[in-house]
Design a protein around this ligand. Structure first.
Ligand SMILES: Cc1ncc(C[n+]2csc(CCOP(=O)(O)OP(=O)(O)O)c2C)c(N)n1
Ligand SMILES: [Mg+2]
Length: 657
């Protein structure tokens, strides 16, 4: 049997050689963390290299994503099929399974994409929340695993870590352990050039149990991990490590974060470790010991599979984990829509969204709601929901407190864990606070729904700090994100359905604070919002004008159409609840919806950016150019000229040009 240090050295050498080969990357953290990772992956982490997706596995999150060679080394050594030695040699190259930073969905065994520091630890909190929730729902027989996170100085400096840590402490997520790579090094040099805070005191203050260990002493690391598994609250182990451990003269180099072991340094490091094998060769005895560790979990996995088979709710558990919706998911929603056609409801779209949720959440038990302290404003709470909290984690409503960024990251974590479809709310103007996590969710294809109310100057008196104007455009610019802006109750219900049906795409639900007009009065056999844009009102006679609008401005567009028609000008209205879905329609459908009326006008209480998609270069746009102002909303629409009269006037001016 090789010594555990030799097993850790295999990680160090692979990391050093892969980075050297790629002439880019980071060997400092993987070399420093090799001992901690070896103890974790040989003694504590519950996983089976032959089944990366087994549902009751522990989740391992390398929040310090720049240290990707650590996880690639581990996946390779323990026998994850996708990460062959060839892939290690191809580190950071086109098409490899070993991209610069770990990417979810790309490399089996990578539980979440990391790289933007702080995101991993915050995402892991969501994974730990999902674990507790599903354990409460299905029993610990089926759901009983831990979440282990490796985070460095950088992750803990990032603001989002504060939100994540305080949330996890409040919720007493005792199966969450953060292994802090306490190496007092970042890129610019010693971490103390910019940080002198006491991380242990900080975690303790947030309700965590903390401990410090020598991060190169395998016995002490193991004792600390054992201790962590016995606590009644989340745990943080500060592992004191030397960056580039094992690199001889370069060990502990405060400038050793990135590629810095060139030919000569690599030779000296090999000598220091007593490593004689050529690059990308691991001695057989060391490989065998690692493979054995990678197989160890197969027994727990098989025992668990037997339990799953015998479990009365086993099929339901698997359905939820696979992200498939229940067979009757939309029955109540369809009935709700039919009711709205019979008896139209006039209200704010946030209220309509709340009504859609009331129809959906009883039918889809994996839906869990929440809000960043704006529950009453976001209409995300459905009557009867119980808070998700210690000790009753079965609750389906999360009170995030004022932590938009931590919330959005936790939402991603729940989606990646599986078994939960999470929606949660804040104001649209604060989408910027959660944007890094929204982006990562889009990159990973996490199905989460960001409810974002108060979606324009229409929120009124709170004024320009709260009035989003550029947010719709900036969110629409993000790939793989669906930005819904429903116009009324029927569209709100349709948009919710569409969001839920997109298994690999996050959504934003932009909703009004103020009441809006009823747009849809006739039953439709299909979900029109799912087309992204559609003709809501045809022209009487030949269409000379097409008016495009979304959300609360669809009512303005309909009123403008009435005014134009009264003057004998044929005008049609196109509602555009989701641009991204419209872009996915066949070209013929798109052309038909855009039409060939002489004049095209768009109205939206936001900036023009992007509206050329519908109105072309010479179309007219009625909307915002400033940040807004504080006043009742009716006055604001008038002062900023977002009125039916303004839309009709813009159309007529272009008709006579
Ligand atoms: C949000 C974010 N900001 C900046 C970076 C660039 N960056 C990558 S690693 C790093 C330093 C991290 O220090 P630490 O976590 O202590 O890692 P170590 O140097 O110890 O490996 C920086 C600034 C990043 N990846 N993400
Ligand atoms: Mg560091």
């Amino acid at each position: 049997m090789p010594s555990p240090i030799a097993m850790a050295d295999a990680i160090r050498v692979l990391s050093m050689d892969a980075v050297h080969n790629a002439k880019s990357g980071h060997q400092g953290a993987p070399m420093g963390l090799a001992d901690v990772a070896t103890v974790l992956w040989t003694k504590f982490l519950k996983y089976d290299a032959s089944q990366p997706d087994w549902h009751d596995r522990d989740r391992f999150v390398l929040s310090a994503g720049h240290g990707s060679m650590l996880i690639y080394s581990l996946l390779h050594l323990t026998g994850f099929k996708a990460v062959t030695m060839g892939e290690i040699e191809n580190f950071r190259q086109w098409g490899s399974a070993t991209p610069g930073h770990p990417e979810y969905g790309h490399t089996p065994g990578v539980e979440t994409t990391t790289g933007p520091l702080g995101q991993g630890i915050a995402t892991a909190v969501g994974m730990a929340m999902a674990e507790r929730h599903l354990a409460a729902r299905f029993g610990e027989d089926l759901v009983d695993h831990r979440t282990w996170v490796i985070a460095g100085d950088g992750c803990l400096m990032e603001g989002v870590s504060h939100e994540a840590i305080s949330l996890a402490g409040r919720l007493k997520l005792h199966k969450l352990t953060v292994l802090f790579d306490d190496n007092n090094t970042t890129i610019d040099g010693a971490a103390t050039i910019s940080e002198t805070g006491d991380q242990m005191a900080r975690f303790r203050a947030a309700g965590w149990a903390v401990k410090a260990v020598d991060g190169h002493d395998h016995g002490k690391i193991a004792a600390a991990m054992r201790w962590a598994t016995k606590q009644d609250r989340p745990t943080m182990i500060a592992c004191r490590t030397l960056i580039s451990k094992g690199a001889g003269p370069k060990e502990g180099d405060v400038h050793g974060h990135g590629y810095s072991l060139f030919d000569e340094e690599a030779t000296l490091a090999r000598q220091a470790m007593g490593w004689t094998a050529e690059p990308f060769i691991v001695p057989d005895d060391i490989t065998a010991a690692w493979r054995k560790a990678g197989r160890k979990g197969a027994r727990s996995r098989k025992a668990w599979e037997a339990k799953l088979k015998a479990h009365k709710d086993g099929a339901e558990f698997v359905r939820a984990m696979n992200g498939d919706l229940p067979a009757n998911a939309f029955e109540a929603l369809d009935a709700h829509i039919a009711g709205l056609i019979e008896e139209p409801a006039q209200n704010a779209t946030r209220v309509h969204s709340g009504a859609a949720l009331a129809a959906l959440t009883p039918s889809i038990p994996e839906m869990v709601g929440g809000s960043a302290d704006l529950t009453g404003s976001n209409n995300t709470y459905v009557k009867g929901m119980v808070p998700f909290d210690h000790p009753d984690y079965a609750g389906r409503y999360v009170h995030y407190g004022v932590r938009e960024h931590g919330m959005a990251a936790a939402m991603n974590g729940m989606a990646l864990h599986g078994g939960v479809i999470h929606y949660s709310g804040t104001f649209l103007a604060f989408a910027d606070y959660s944007r890094p996590a929204i982006r990562l969710g889009a990159l990973m294809g996490a199905r989460v729904i960001h409810v974002m109310t108060h979606d324009s100057i229409g929120l009124g008196e709170d004024g320009p700090t709260h009035q989003p104007v550029e947010h719709l455009a900036s969110l629409r610019a993000m790939p793989n994100l669906l930005v819904f802006r429903p116009a009324d109750a029927v569209e709100a219900a349709e948009c919710w359905r569409s969001a839920l049906e997109h298994k690999r795409t996050p959504s934003v639900m932009a909703l009004s604070r103020q009441k809006v007009a009823v747009a849809r009065k006739e039953a439709s056999p299909e979900n029109l919002s799912a087309r992204g844009a559609y003709e809501l009102a045809p022209a009487v006679g030949e269409a000379q004008v097409t008016i495009f609008a979304s959300g609360s401005e669809v009512g303005v567009a309909l009123a403008a159409r009435d005014q134009l028609q009264a003057e004998g000008i044929g005008a049609r209205v196109v509602s555009t609840p989701c641009w991204e879905l419209f872009d996915q329609q066949p070209a013929a459908y798109q052309a038909e919806v855009i039409g060939n009326a002489k004049v095209r006008v768009a109205v939206e209480a936001a900036v023009r950016f992007g509206w050329e998609r519908f109105i072309g270069e010479d179309g007219a746009f009625v909307g915002m150019t400033s940040f807004g102002a504080s006043a009742p909303f009716e006055r604001l629409y008038k002062e900023f000229g977002i009125t039916a009269e303004a839309v009709a006037a813009a159309a007529k001016a272009r008709l006579t040009q």
